[in-house]
Structure formats: structure tokens, C-alpha cells
Design a protein. Structure first.
Length: 310
């Protein structure tokens, strides 16, 4: 195989109470990478579309090429000739794992071109290198679900221990992206570095409740566990009318509501696509009233992760 085209899904990281340790993949949106083996040594990014010129073509500065280079170094083929086209199909800086989707698509593509010498799980550390370049912190709550599909728990970072979680098969997600700027680095900087023990206990209980709810497929337990007393209070101030949006989403039948990743996208879990569509319509109407444009997505939980599409 000399060329391959790969789609990788967007993700919802944190899932409210699971800061840096929980995430899930969605069917839409996502990013695409076309990759070719070439006779010229080294990695070249020949084209990027859908980014309005915001992403670097320099292979050392782009998350896709940088993570692929780490992969090639590990396999002892650092000078392999690679041509990359990146096609952004989702908004940058949306809190939906834009950089991780691109990175995952690139890693899955190179692994496919080389006849899959590594497992998909083995690719996670290389994808984390891309996240480190993108936002200064090599977390896995976006890249792991983008690679593995479904809901993912990062039990430990040192050593890395990633667990796929079950979830209700009919679960859907409503996502609304208010078109305001919330850079990931800035969103991380406003988080408290120290927390009170009572708040930590509350958070531990909610994380345990959410994981238990997913295993038991208990929507009521999932919903009442989606409470964050550590990170959301700080990050919510960056999202216009966040608490009004939450009230509207829950009133329209949402199971739980929160910030996707570092924001500004918000999401609600639902039992069916009709409810999810009703929620996105309601939230977009509210944002329009306060003069904010938005995009929306209604999706099932993606169970496949990246796929070859050409």
C-alpha cells in the first residue's frame, strides 16, 4: 500500500467530573488525513484545508507530522519519506479534540501504511506527544477515545493504564459550539492547583458514580454523577450563559450537561437523537438571542475510532 485516507473522530473529554481521565468519541465531526509513501526522505505536509491558514505546514510544528515522526523514530525508520494532507472537518479550538483527531488520523494512517506493526493501544503514547505540542500537556482523554472509540478511562498516566468502558447502546450526544475563543492553554491556567479535601471527596464520588452508571447502563445514575465541583466553576465563566444553557438542556430532556474538554463547546447526553436535536435547537436559539453564532452536532457515541476511508 502506497497511500491511505483516514477519518478520526472528535471527542468529548472530561465528561464533566473526570478531568483528564475520562472521554468518549463521537461519530461527527472529525478530521481526515491522506498519507503517501514517497521516495524523498523525511516528512512533508503538502496541503492543509479547512483551517483558514491557522495550522503550520512546518513538520516540526504540526501535531500530525510531529507525532508521526516520534512513531517512525521508535520503529527505527526516522527518514522514511511521507507526504501528508490534512483536511480539517471540525472547528479548531472548539473543545472537541480538534488536534487529537488530526493526530490520531495521522498515526493510524502511518501504522496502516506500514502493515500495522503496532496495536491501536500502542499508538496512544505517540498521540499524547501531539497533544503536548498542541496545548503543552500530553493528556490522553482526547486521543485515547479517538483511537479506541467509545468511552475511555485513563486510570493512570504513570504507568499509562487505559480502560475501555461499556455504555448504553442507545446513548446520543448533543453538542453546541458557541463561536467564541477559549484557547486550551488559557483554559488550563485558570484551574485551581489546590483543592479542599471535601471537594475532592465529592469529585471522587461523582467519577465513581459515572463509571458505575456506564457499566450498569443506568441513565439516572449517569446524570446525577455528571457534576463537577473542581474545574467547571472556573471554566464556565469563559462560556456565555453557561448555566442558562445547562438549565435549557436539562429541561429539554438531557441526562447530564457540561463543557466538552476545555470548551467552549458544551454537550448533553441523551437517550435518543430526537432529544439531542431538540436540545441543540434550543441552545442555538438562546445563543442567537445574545448575539453569538454557533454550530451544532448530533451524534451517537462512536465505537470504531479511526477508519480507513480511501
Amino acid at each position: 500500500m502506497k497511500s491511505v485516507q483516514v477519518f478520526a473522530p472528535a471527542t468529548v473529554a472530561n465528561v464533566v467530573c473526570g478531568y483528564d481521565i475520562l472521554g468518549f468519541a463521537v461519530d461527527a465531526p472529525g478530521d481526515e488525513v491522506t498519507m503517501r509513501l514517497t521516495s524523498t526522505p523525511g516528512i512533508r505536509i503538502s496541503k492543509i484545508t479547512g483551517d483558514d491558514g491557522r495550522l503550520p505546514l512546518d513538520p516540526a510544528k504540526n501535531t500530525v507530522s510531529a507525532s508521526v515522526q516520534h512513531y517512525l523514530n521508535a520503529l527505527g525508520q526516522p527518514s522514511l519519506g511521507i507526504d501528508i494532507e490534512l483536511h480539517k472537518k471540525m472547528p479548531i479550538g472548539s473543545g472537541l479534540g480538534s488536534s487529537s483527531a488530526s493526530t490520531v488520523a495521522g498515526l493510524f494512517a502511518i501504522n496502516t501504511l506500514l502493515d500495522n506493526p503496532l496495536t491501536t493501544m500502542d499508538l496512544v503514547p505517540f498521540a499524547m506527544k501531539g497533544e503536548e505540542l498542541a496545548c503543552g500537556h500530553g493528556h490522553a482523554d482526547n486521543v485515547a477515545p479517538a483511537l479506541l472509540g467509545g468511552f475511555v478511562l485513563i486510570r493512570s498516566y504513570e504507568p499509562l493504564d487505559i480502560i475501555k468502558l461499556p455504555f448504553p447502546e442507545d446513548m446520543c450526544v448533543a453538542i453546541v459550539y458557541p463561536e467564541v475563543d477559549v484557547p486550551t492553554r488559557d483554559a488550563r491556567q485558570i484551574i485551581r492547583s489546590k483543592v479542599q479535601l471535601k471537594d475532592a471527596v465529592t469529585q471522587w464520588g461523582n467519577v465513581a458514580g459515572l463509571v458505575s452508571g456506564l457499566f450498569m447502563k443506568d441513565y439516572a445514575l449517569i446524570g446525577r454523577s455528571m457534576v463537577d465541583v473542581l474545574v467547571e466553576p472556573a471554566r464556565s465563566i469563559l462560556i456565555p450563559d453557561f448555566y442558562q444553557l445547562r438549565e435549557l438542556a436539562l429541561a429539554q430532556g438531557g441526562i447530564g450537561f457540561g463543557i466538552s474538554g476545555s470548551g467552549p463547546s458544551v454537550f448533553a447526553l441523551t437517550k435518543d437523537p430526537e432529544t439531542a436535536k431538540r436540545i441543540t435547537n434550543t441552545l442555538q436559539q438562546h445563543l442567537q438571542k445574545i448575539g453569538i453564532r454557533s454550530l451544532s452536532f448530533v451524534s451517537s457515541v462512536n465505537q470504531q475510532g479511526p477508519v480507513v476511508i480511501g
